[in-house]
Structures are given as structure tokens and as C-alpha cells.
Ligand binder design. Structure first.
Ligand code: MRU
Length: 367
């Protein structure tokens, strides 16, 4: 099977009227395929808050383009002092959009560092440098997805089923996906793999987005509600589970879409290997364990009124954490572009982050 990605979650376009950040509006999928052409950085920020662009790596790429756009719009014709002030403001504004996915802050840091490196250049060169860095962040993510796929494919069962949660495909990344990328790579390598797609309440990233991607690519897949996962495991119909991550702590604890913890516990109970697939940009070496990961809480209506249809009594109290943490001790392997980290994780994760940074530095320095 070949893999055809028909869409790009995030794109950068230089148009006569100025730079445009083009996003596929994921809130409308699968019913409508609508592109948001963001001509203003505030539109990009709102798209991140609203989950029109979502998924940890895609958020990072969108923020990088948004910062490049903001500096192009505010600083052309200005001086370097203004550039430094606007860059700091833009980075801070993007950092306030969503709290959990570390890829967002990683991309912002790369943009900030590029701004620092360019001190001494003309403002036009500094703006061009930010654009190049955003494109490099996007290109790196595409390459990371492919490498994650190559490292993860051998871990996938052949003639078996894998369960996944949330959406980790081309919509959630700049490339062909992380967990769904591993599935794509395994199928491309000739494995006969069927996917159980958790619907992923409350926002249905599985039912709306992963199901859509699987159907677009003819990946054999079956949709289940989240509370059916235990049953299909008990029936012996799941040979592995694979999910993405929004932030991986030093000890391997991995934050991902709410419901991931349940999948990890169910896998442990049934003796099913549970894998996490994510680029090294998702690893937070400053975070010792999952308890230190900030968990976003979103508005109650996401639970009481899914897709605008209210089915809980008005005024009902709601708790709506967007993520939970799969403890490292329940994870069989963390698949990154640098290879597969194995328990107890810490040394492997540190080495992978260091290798990835060295590789980027070498590319930047033209070695
Ligand atoms: O709230 P979302 O839809 O942005 O959450 C996304 C997830 O939890 C994904 O699993 C994670 O970002 C990995 S995407 C490759």
C-alpha cells in the first residue's frame, strides 16, 4: 500500500498582500474541508485555542509560522530594537495559547533563539531568518515523522490489530504523523494491520479525524467508543496500543489526550504492549515526572454540548481536563526520531534529545 497524504495541516504562503498561514480547520472535519487563511497572527493564535489546528507538533509549526508572520507585519521598515521587542511580545502571546503540549514552547524557543542569533543583521535579514527557521521547524517535523515511522514499524504486529487514541496523523503534525505515522509505515512495509480507533471524547478527535485519515488512506480501521476498549482487549482483538504525546517527562511519564491513561492501564491488565510515539521536541527534560506536567482544562460545554447538541442538564457541574498522564512504568517503549527509548527511560530520553539537537546544529552550521 502506498501512502497518499491529500492535505497539509499547516502551510506557509507568501502572497502579494503579505504572508499567510494556511490551516485546515479541524473543527469542521470530516463534514467540511475548509482552509483558514490567517493573514493576522491573532487568527493563528485563535485557531490554536479553538483547536482548528491541534496536535502537539502541528501547534508548534503553526506558532512558528505565526511568529514569522507577526514580525514580518510589525517590523518591516522598523529598527532592530523594535524587532527584539516585537519578537518577545509575539513569543509570549503564542506561549499563552495552550499549556500542555511542550512542542509549542519548543518551537517558540527556536524562534526566539533565531532572533538572538540574528542580532547585528538588518531587520529585513532578521525577518527572513525567522521565516527560514519556521520552515526548518516544519521540515524537521516532516522528517521526524518519517523516522518515527521507520523505528516504530517493526514493533507493530503483523496480521493483528493495534488500538490508538486521539488523532496523531497528518492533521496533528507537519508530516505523516507520529502514532498514526508508525501505523502508516508498518502498512507501507507490508504488515497487515488493522486499527481500533477510540472515538476520543469529548471532542472526538478519533471519530472525526483519525477515522477520516484512515478512510482517506484505505487503512483498515474500526471505530469504537472509548468505553469499548477494555471489551475488545478482553476479546483478544488488540495486539498492541500506540498513542502520541503532548509532553514526556524525564522518567517517561507521558501526557496525552484524556483517556490515554485508561488505555495504558487496560493494556497492562491484558498484557498488551503500550507504546508512545513522539518527536524529541515532545520531551521535557526539565519536567521530572508526570505530576509536574500542566494539564489544560477546557470549557464545560465541550462535555455538555458536544458538536453543539446539549445532552446534559443546564447548570450541571463539569470537570474537563484535556489530557492525562500514562505513567512511564506502563509504557513498553517511547518511539522518537532517534530510536526507541526503553524503561526506565531517563538516560535514553536525555541521549535522544542531545543527539537531535546536535543534528540540528550541524545542519544549521552547514556541516
Ligand atoms: O487537544 P489536542 O487535540 O491538541 O490533543 C492532541 C493529542 O493529545 C495528541 O495525541 C498529541 O498531541 C500527539 S499528536 C501527534
Amino acid at each position: 500500500m502506498t501512502y497518499h497524504q491529500q492535505f497539509s495541516s499547516v502551510a506557509w504562503q507568501q502572497q502579494p498582500a503579505g504572508p499567510v498561514v494556511r490551516l485546515i480547520d479541524q473543527t469542521l472535519l470530516p463534514a467540511q474541508t475548509v482552509y483558514l487563511d490567517c493573514t493576522e497572527p491573532e487568527q493563528v493564535r485563535q485557531a490554536i485555542r479553538d483547536l482548528a489546528v491541534r496536535g502537539a507538533p502541528a501547534i508548534g509549526v503553526a506558532a512558528a509560522y505565526g511568529i514569522a508572520q507577526e514580525l514580518a507585519l510589525t517590523c518591516a521598515g522598523g529598527d532592530s530594537g523594535q524587532f527584539d521587542r516585537e519578537l518577545a511580545k509575539s513569543c509570549q502571546a503564542f506561549a499563552g495559547t495552550r499549556p500542555t503540549a511542550i512542542n509549542l514552547f519548543w518551537a517558540i524557543d527556536r524562534m526566539r533563539e533565531q532572533g538572538l542569533r540574528s542580532q547585528g543583521q538588518t531587520v529585513a535579514e532578521r525577518i527572513a531568518g525567522l521565516e527560514r527557521e519556521a520552515v526548518a521547524i516544519h521540515r524537521d517535523d516532516i522528517a521526524s515523522c518519517l523516522a518515527i515511522g521507520a523505528h516504530g514499524a517493526p514493533l507493530m504486529p503483523d496480521r493483528g490489530s493495534v488500538l490508538t487514541h486521539c488523532n496523531t496523523g497528518g492533521l496533528a503534525t507537519g508530516g505523516h504523523g507520529t502514532a498514526l505515522g508508525v501505523i502508516r509505515s508498518a502498512i507501507a512495509a507490508g504488515k497487515q494491520l488493522h486499527v481500533w480507533v477510540d472515538e476520543t471524547r469529548p471532542l472526538l478527535q478519533g471519530a472525526r479525524l483519525t477515522a477520516w485519515e484512515c478512510m482517506q488512506d484505505s487503512i483498515p480501521a474500526t471505530l469504537i467508543t472509548d468505553n469499548m476498549a477494555g471489551h475488545v482487549m478482553k476479546l483478544g482483538k488488540v495486539q498492541a496500543a500506540i498513542v502520541g504525546a503532548d509532553r514526556i517527562a524525564l522518567n517517561g511519564d507521558s501526557a496525552n489526550k484524556i483517556g490515554t491513561y485508561t488505555v495504558a492501564v487496560l493494556c497492562a491488565h491484558h498484557g498488551i504492549p503500550f507504546y508512545v510515539a513522539a518527536p524529541t521536541s515532545t520531551i521535557d527534560l526539565d519536567c521530572p515526572n508526570g505530576e509536574a506536567i500542566p494539564i489544560e482544562e477546557r470549557k464545560p460545554t465541550e462535555v455538555t454540548e458536544p458538536q453543539g447538541v446539549r445532552f446534559a442538564p443546564l447548570g450541571m457541574a463539569v470537570f474537563n481536563p484535556a489530557f492525562d498522564v500514562a505513567p512511564g512504568h506502563l509504557i513498553a517503549g517511547i518511539i522518537t526520531e532517534e530510536g526507541v527509548a526503553r524503561p526506565p527511560f531517563t538516560a535514553d530520553l536525555q541521549a535522544m534529545v542531545a543527539r537531535a539537537k546536535q543534528r540540528r546544529d550541524r545542519v544549521r552550521d552547514g556541516q
